[in-house]
Write a protein that binds this ligand. Structure first.
Ligand SMILES: NC(=O)C1=CN([C@@H]2O[C@H](COP(=O)(O)OP(=O)(O)OC[C@H]3O[C@@H](n4cnc5c(N)ncnc54)[C@H](O)[C@@H]3O)[C@@H](O)[C@H]2O)[C@@H](O)CC1
Ligand SMILES: Nc1ncnc2c1ncn2[C@@H]1O[C@H](COP(=O)(O)OP(=O)(O)O)[C@@H](O)[C@H]1O
Ligand SMILES: [K+]
Length: 565
């Protein structure tokens, strides 16, 4: 499990580590700056070539004919806080490697915080510091340079203004000619981005207030922050490198509630986590008793792998439920039964084999059957009175249930249904369905943030999970999963897990089926949602472009094989 931190958590962890005497702020800043330099060399190994001594002949792209060429170049943009302090360290370390480094400061050096001030002075022993403005950066001189954005990091509290905006516009190529830079490297985050939400802090809606140039590489410290993985963060940040600055123990102490005063005592619940590759052990043979993993135990027959019901709509509308049922079966539920209205039985029977079919009139009996231990309701289900009363019966049964699509619409609109939700419910809204569940949270999420931290998808998901008392899976390229008690995890399908092919009709139905299948296998709601979200994206990655929803469950055997199951 890897924690995803908010800015406040990172600050508290840093403060706790410094207070414990294990490390000083100056040490952390030095490690941070060094980490940025190392991450640059890792990303562009050709830049690691000149270590001290004479400058090497420049590669073609770095050549500056007017000046006769020379060493590698960096332009370091430093802000008024410790993010700027990291920038001064980067400048010094690159200059020590014979880079040509030009440093700009946004703000007054007198007002720099102490550690940043120390590093400002250390840099001043090597070179100049220019005041920052869009005009002060000469486009021609810096062609081919690596630009380091160390203006603002976790301390961003309001929209950029003045020279900071000028320079952002310059970097965006909005002012004059865009510099043909080698790379834009952001320290902690591209400045202007809120690290809690992945949303820009801006004066107004639309382009008028937003000048965050997208980085090629963002280097952050110890752990990713939420803003790197949710909202627009992944698009602005580019590749994100995480540098160890020696705070690993401090992070774990905080997340496991062992820190002293500096961190909230309910910290363990306050920390979000990245959804990880699932546990492939499980069952009494493989891990602690009671733990559930993906591996099936050799001594169990199908009735021990659970029985999932998938409730279907009427004739011509059963496709979504069939996709969910196929997903539930492939992910390993022992039995899957489609529950269909009488007039849709023939049509359904023509389309499925291993999946069983029962008429909707039998629903009450099925819900009374203790062997049925998970239900999926919503995909293609309908909103008519029959659907409402079936949903009511499902919720009254207190069985673990995935509510998707039409079921979410009904729950959003009907207070009495909402009152029946319980801890075994998993709601899987996309953005539109989320707005129906909680118009207030959706509105806050869409409101332009004029000060930081901005209200985030994590805040919104947690809020609705707590209000409804169940697990909520707020889908999207950034899928946020929250439990009523505050636990929260994020699956970010970006960079090496980018699966844009998942934006295809019916893929959400398959996800609902995956979750229901895992619930049937005994996974707890949160664990089922996390595991299903990971497998869903893994199936999409396995198939690649051209994917349609039907393909997703069919990738599971290969994905399971890759997991060593
Ligand atoms: N927390 C940690 O553990 C570490 C933090 N480090 C660095 O320190 C950074 C955080 O430093 P700070 O807390 O000083 O925050 P920042 O350096 O992000 O910025 C804070 C300063 O900018 C001002 N400010 C905020 N928004 C502004 C705006 N729109 N226009 C003008 N001024 C604005 C604030 O009043 C404050 O003076 C991190 O992002 C990271 O780069 C690293 O040195 C390593 C360790
Ligand atoms: N760009 C994307 N990258 C990764 N996953 C995505 C992307 N867009 C959508 N998804 C995923 O695809 C699924 C779509 O679900 P949903 O919107 O309910 O579709 P449908 O109702 O057609 O089944 C969700 O699991 C969502 O997380
Ligand atoms: K920055």
């Amino acid at each position: 499990m890897t924690e995803l931190l908010t800015s406040a958590q990172m600050r508290a962890i840093e403060a706790a580590a410094i207070a414990s005497g294990e490390v000083t702020g100056l040490d952390l800043m030095e490690r941070a700056g060094r980490g940025v330099v190392e991450a640059i060399f890792e990303a562009w190994p050709e830049l690691a070539a000149n270590r001290g001594g004479a400058a090497p002949a420049p590669p073609g792209y770095l050549g500056n004919e007017e000046e006769g060429g020379g060493s590698f170049r960096a332009v370091v943009l430093c802000g008024p806080g410790n993010n700027g302090g990291d920038g001064f360290v980067v400048a010094r370390l690159l200059a020590e490697r014979s880079w040509e480094v030009e440093v700009f400061l946004y703000g007054n050096p007198e007002n720099l915080p102490p550690d940043a001030r120390v590093n400002y002075e250390r840099w001043r022993a090597l070179g100049e510091v220019n005041p920052l403005s869009g005009r002060s950066i000469d486009i021609r001189r810096h062609a081919g340079a690596v630009i380091i954005d160390a203006l603002f990091g976790t301390g961003l509290s309001r929209p950029l203004e003045g020279a900071a905006v000028d320079v952002q516009r310059f970097l965006l190529g909005l002012k004059g000619r865009s510099a043909a830079r080698k790379a834009l490297v952001a320290v902690d985050c591209p400045s202007g981005l809120c690290l809690d939400s992945g949303l820009p802090i801006q004066k107004g809606a639309g382009a008028a207030g937003m000048y965050v140039p997208a980085a090629d590489l963002t280097v952050t410290f110890q752990r990713r922050k939420l803003g790197h993985v949710i909202g627009q963060g992944p698009l602005y940040c580019g590749r994100v490198a995480v540098v160890d600055i020696g705070l690993d123990k401090a992070v774990r102490d905080a997340a496991e509630g062992r820190s002293a005063d500096a961190i909230d005592p309910i910290a363990a619940r306050a920390f979000a986590r990245e959804v990880a590759r699932p546990n492939t052990s499980g069952g009494a043979y493989y891990s602690a008793p009671g733990a559930v993993g993906l591996r099936k135990r050799v001594d169990l027959h199908k009735y021990h792998q659970g029985h999932a019901l998938v409730l279907s709509g009427g004739p011509g509308r059963g496709g979504a439920a069939r996709l969910a049922a196929r997903g539930a079966l492939r992910i390993g539920a022992g039995l899957v039964t489609l529950v269909v209205p009488h007039d849709a039985v023939a049509e359904t029977a023509a389309r499925v084999d291993a999946i069983m079919i029962r008429e909707a009139d039998d629903a009450a009996a099925l819900l009374d059957d203790d062997r049925v231990n998970a239900v999926c309701v919503g995909p293609g289900f309908g909103l008519d009175p029959r659907a409402v009363s079936l949903l009511e019966a499902v919720l009254d049964s207190k069985k673990r249930v995935v509510l998707d699509a039409d079921a979410l619409t009904m729950v959003g609109a009907q207070r009495h249904l909402r009152a029946k939700l319980h801890g075994g419910c998993v709601l899987t809204p996309h953005e539109g369905e989320f707005a129906r569940l909680s118009p207030q949270a959706a509105k806050k999420l869409k409101t332009t943030a004029k000060s930081g931290p901005a209200y985030s998808k994590v805040d919104a998901t947690r809020e609705v999970a707590a209000e409804f008392g169940c697990t909520v899976v707020f889908k999207g390229a950034d899928t946020v999963i929250a439990h009523a008690a505050g636990l929260c995890s994020v699956h970010s399908a970006h960079h090496d897990r980018a699966a844009p092919w998942l934006a295809t009709a019916g893929s959400g139905d398959v996800l609902a089926g995956f979750i229901a299948g895992l619930l049937a296998r005994g996974f707890a709601p949160m664990q089922a949602a996390e595991t299903a979200a990971w497998l869903h994206v893994e199936c999409a990655l396995k198939f690649g472009p051209g994917l349609i929803a039907e393909d997703l469950p069919e990738q599971l055997p290969a994905v399971f094989r890759d997991l060593g199951l």
